[in-house]
Design a protein around this ligand. Sequence first.
Ligand SMILES: [Zn+2]
Length: 475
Amino acid sequence: MMQIYNSLTRKKEEFKPIEEGKARIYTCGPTVYSNAHVGNFSSFLMADLLVRYLKYKGYEVKWIMNITDVGHLTDDNELSDSGEDKLEAASKKENKTVWEIARYYEELFMNDLKALKFTPAFKYPRATEHVNEMIDMVKELENKGVVYETSDGVYFDISKFKDYGKLSGNSLEALQAGARVEINEDKRSAFDFAVWKKLTGKNEAHIMKWESPWGTGFPGWHLECSAMSKKYLGDTLDFHTGGEDNKFPHHESEIAQSETANGEKFVNYWMHKSRVVVNNEKMSKSLGNFFTVSDLIKKGFSADAIRFTFLSAHYRSKLNFTEEQLKESQKAIDKFNDFIQAVYNSVISEKEAGILEDVKIAKDQFEKGMDDDLNMSVALASLYGFIKTVRKKLDTGISQYEKDLVINFMKTLNSIFEVLDFELKKEKEFSGEEQNRISELIEMRNKSRSEKNWAEADRIRDELIKMGVKIADKK
Ligand SMILES: [Zn+2]
C-alpha cells in the first residue's frame, strides 16, 4: 500500500489508481524563456522519483510534462494578467526571435534532463502546438457560461466555480479580503483570470498569435495545462505535480477550468514540491545564488551529486541547498560505489553468510519508506544499514549466489538513484585460456606458500597482478 500526501485534502491517502495497474501523471513543465535553475529541477525530480517508484511497484506509468512556450505572463503569479509574455520579453532582451528563444531554452532544458538522468516522459507537448485544443476548451467554458469576453481577452468568472480556492485556500472571499491586484475595469472581478488574451495593450505586438472566435490572440497560461493534460491523459488524472509556487493561481485555475469544462474531478492526488533555498536565502539572480545545472557541473560537481542532493531530502521539507551538501552527496555516492567494488572483489565462500535475509530486511525497509509518501530518508537509511551489515561479511567470504543477490538488489535501486556506476566496476573478463593460466598460477602460488617459499609466492602474485588479478589472503 502506497500513501501519498495529497495537497488537496492536506493528508496522506492510500494511492488508488483510476485504472488498475496504471498511473497517469501530469507535471507542469518549464516556461522556456530562460535557463531553468536547480530549484525547478528539484520539483521535476520529485515527479521523476514518483514515476520510477510506481514503475518499481509494477505500475504502467504514463507521464506527461508540458513545455510552456507561449502565454506565461510576467505578472501571472500576481493574478493580474496584465504583464508581458515572458518569452516575448526575453526575445527583446536577447535580440532573438521569440521562436528562437522558445526552441533554444527548450533544448537546454532537454539537455539538463538528460544530464540529470531523468526517466523520459511519454511526451513533452508544446503549448504552441495545442492551441486548437485550448480554443475548444474555451468554447466549452463559454457553453457552460463561466467565461466572458472583454476588450482585452476572455476571462473565467471565478464566482461561477464554487470550489475555487479548494487547493490553495484562496477562495473569492479570501482574495477579496486580502490580495492587492491591478484593477482592470473591464473585468467583473479583479481576480478573474484570462483564458484567452487579445492583442491589445502590452500584448499589442505579440508575435505568437492564432485566430479564434474571440479575435486574434494567444492562450492563457493556466488553460494550456488543462487542455494538454486532457488530450494525453483524459479528464481525470491520478497525479498532478508541480512546485509549491504553482499551487496558486496556476493549479487552482486549472481545477476551475478542467472541472467545469469536463464535468469530472480533475486530479485525484496533487503533489507539490517545497521550495528550495540556497544558503537559507531565496534563490534569485540578484543575490547571486541562482544556479543552473550547467553552472554546477562547470564548478566540478557531478550530475549524480546534484540528483542525489535533491532526492535525499523529503520533497515536502524545505531544502537548503549548499555546496557543502553537494560534497556530502558525492561522498555518499562514492560510498555506494566502494561497496559495490568490495562486493565484486569479495572472496567466494562455500558457506552462505545469510545475505538473503539482509536483502529482505533492506528491501522491506526501503519500500516501507518509499510507500510512506516517498520518504527518502527512511529509504536511504535502510541502504546504509544494509551496506554496513554486508561489508562485515565480505571479508570472511560470501557465496556466488549471495554476490549476485547483492548486485541485483543494488541495480534495482540504481534505477531510482542513478548514482551507482556499475558499468565501470565490472569484473575483468578473461578468455578460457587466460582463466586456465590464472588457475595454474594460483595453484603454483598455494604450493609455494605451503613450502614457505615466500619469494616465489610473491613473484607469482605480481605476475597475477600484471594480468589484472588481485589475490587476497584471508581467513
Ligand atoms: Zn501547469
